[in-house]
Design a protein around this ligand. Structure first.
Ligand code: ADP
Ligand code: MG
Length: 256
């Protein structure tokens, strides 16, 4: 394997929503095999960054670029990015009544297969495949027949996002507060699944407020976001300091 192959590079990114600047001159580089955590106060721009990387159409990139595996994707459609290996797990997964989870998952899977000119999975083949994934993440088969996220508990929704991530085998997965609202056991399980999924061929961005998830997963880097910028990059001790002293203390000790 080629060491230190870059998956994502963001250079001097500036992003507006309704002409209001939200991301300011942000740069970030992620190599294969790395997990990067992003922390920061509410409103610092974490979810905006996640959505901009995934290609959400509401956001206007006014400057800078986003490079995925040497391709400039700054202005590409979300579908293209997803086919190229970006997966975004939402902070609030949407409920889709009337669409069964298994149908949705097969659609997502086949759409990616098609983009790579690979064979699409028929329902039976897909059933085998998804069952294997379910076993991997110890998720109950009954989820498959339920409508997408409808009536799922917070923990079940998050688990379903992990199932999608694992099914699509995305090269860059962005998990936006995948830990919010989970009890300790569910958190541990999700953390185990993320660790199991992480390998030398993919990269993960973990947006979180909680030291506990960071303690389980031990990301390679922890970035602190403030007013649309990464103002500090540290190791796992950063999360300890944030929990002990709060963001203000961290911000006061960093020359902005
Ligand atoms: P975080 O995820 O760090 O809490 P967000 O990225 O959600 O922060 O929000 C960053 C800033 O952008 C906030 O001030 C928020 O109000 C603003 N913002 C986010 N989305 C929109 C939107 N669709 N329209 C207007 N302002 C937005
Ligand atoms: Mg957010």
């Amino acid at each position: 394997m080629i060491k230190n192959e870059r998956i994502l590079e963001i250079n001097n990114l500036n992003v507006n929503i309704n002409n209001k600047p939200i991301i300011n001159n942000l740069s970030l580089s992620i190599e294969k095999g790395e997990i990067h955590a992003i922390m920061g106060k509410n409103g610092s721009g974490k979810s905006t960054l996640a959505k901009v990387i995934a290609g959400h159409p509401h956001y206007e990139v006014t400057q800078g670029n986003i490079i995925l595996k040497n391709n400039n994707i700054t202005h590409k459609e979300p579908d293209f990015r997803s086919h190229q290996g970006i997966f975004l797990a939402f902070q609030y997964p949407v409920e889709v009544p009337g669409v069964s989870n298994i149908d949705f998952l097969r659609l997502a899977y086949n759409s990616k297969q098609k983009a790579y000119n690979k064979k699409e999975a028929d329902p039976l083949t897909f059933f085998d495949l998804i069952n294997k994934k379910l076993n991997d993440i110890e998720m109950d088969k009954k989820f498959l027949d339920r409508h997408l996220n409808e009536g799922f508990s917070g923990g079940e929704k998050k688990k379903n996002e992990i199932l999608q991530m694992s099914l699509l085998n995305s090269e860059l997965s962005i998990l936006d507060e995948i830990d919010s609202g989970l009890d300790i056991d569910a958190l541990k399980k999700i953390a185990d699944n993320i660790k199991y999924f992480s390998n030398e061929n993919n990269g993960i961005i973990l947006i979180t407020h909680y030291k506990r998830l960071i303690d389980y997963i031990k990301p390679n880097y922890i970035h602190v976001m403030h007013e649309g910028q990464i103002i500090y990059t540290g190791d796992n001790s950063t999360a300890t300091n944030i929990e002990k002293y709060g963001y203000e203390h961290i911000l006061n000790n960093i020359k902005i």
